[in-house]
Write a protein that binds this ligand. Sequence first.
Ligand SMILES: Nc1ncnc2c1ncn2[C@@H]1O[C@H](COP(=O)(O)OP(=O)(O)OP(=O)(O)O)[C@@H](O)[C@H]1O
Ligand SMILES: [Mg+2]
Length: 425
Amino acid sequence: MGFLGIPLRAKMYDYAKVLELERELIRKERQIEYLQLELKRYQTAIEELRQGMRPVGLVQDVVESNAYVRLEAGQLYEVTIPPNLKDKVQPGLLVVLTPNKGAVLNVVERRLTEKDLWSLKIEKNINVFYEDVVGLDKELKELRKAVEWVLSPAIRHKRESIVRDSRLLEEAGTVLLFGPPGTGKTYMAKAVAGSLNKYGQRTAFIKVEAYELVSKWLGESARNVRELFRLARGEAPCILFIDEVDAIARARTEITSDAGRDVQGMLNQLLTEIGEGFHANKDMAIIFATNLPSVIDPALLDRIRKVIYVPPPRSKEDVKKLFDFYLSKVSVDPNIWKDGKMTMDAFEELWKLIRSRRLIYEVSIQPRNIKVFDEYWITPRDIKNIVQEAASDAAFQEEEHVTLERLVEYVKGLISEKPSHMSFL
Ligand SMILES: Nc1ncnc2c1ncn2[C@@H]1O[C@H](COP(=O)(O)OP(=O)(O)OP(=O)(O)O)[C@@H](O)[C@H]1O
Ligand SMILES: [Mg+2]
């Protein structure tokens, strides 16, 4: 007989069984998460197709109530202009045609002028600096090493005098940051720009979100990628930050749809622009970021000099450091705050809750031989949100400072949310 009268053998057997089932459960959960993401991807693809089905073209000429419209693919159509659009349709404008390409359906307002493009992209007054990035010392150092020399004339000249064959400098300053959501990819890129501007030379920060590129510029995306690089070169020294690059750099896009072709066109253009090399992209660092590096086209990966994993906080100490950092920016109950840090007793209260949460990030980037598997509890973004919400709540309730109770409340709110598993192998 074993403990509490349960036969020992039976107990050991059950234990093994439980472990096995638990493992199976995790595997199934992961599959569900994956399928949900797949589902979303299909929905997006359908949406793209729907948009792509509406032909878009450039008006070449208008003759009475007819317009000559050239589609992106090159064919010229003579189409009818409905009376309500009579005044609007003019040569040089983009229009959407009916699916049978018989008439103009609408005038597209999204022809971006240089000015529009610019106001969309250039971030002014960046107020994130190196010292604001918590717990990513190694990653930040790698990022700096990869991009700063491209931007700094002094280091650059030194480098060029050592590396005499410029081909060895090609694709310099191209970096891919990848990692789970909310770990600081966008934040780190901003910190580079912010710090260079503050401590070094003026450096423009041009940020584009690839999903936005695809949805807003459908039909003329390749041209806009070209334009983007042209303008960025004009702004050098600059950091061109292309966030969520998976949206335009998927290895397997559906090229039978207009939308798919469009994305393919963007990728090709992107490869061309980077391939122009060191001298064309002088004084320009290109930083890409994504959660889903495994879908990225091998040709693009091949042109990226450095791939950097931005991990989630991996230890209790890492988590505490982030709480200390964000709490140091608000007024905290002195009972839980000593010497610029949260007291260990108070933190334990939060930690007890946090550690019950479980998130998984698992990806592989085959062409670069990179495999990552991380289990974690909370992201820097979560921590920032908790502190921010607790603080605004305190203000709203006219309390003097953030108390442990408030923090506990928001941590509880977080752990009641559905956990996420990201697994892309
Ligand atoms: N290492 C960090 N140190 C301090 N704050 C951080 C850190 N990482 C993230 N944060 C905070 O969390 C916010 C969100 O981070 P960020 O936008 O960089 O995440 P991300 O990795 O780009 O996520 P996503 O993949 O969803 O785009 C930041 O604005 C910052 O306030
Ligand atoms: Mg981001």
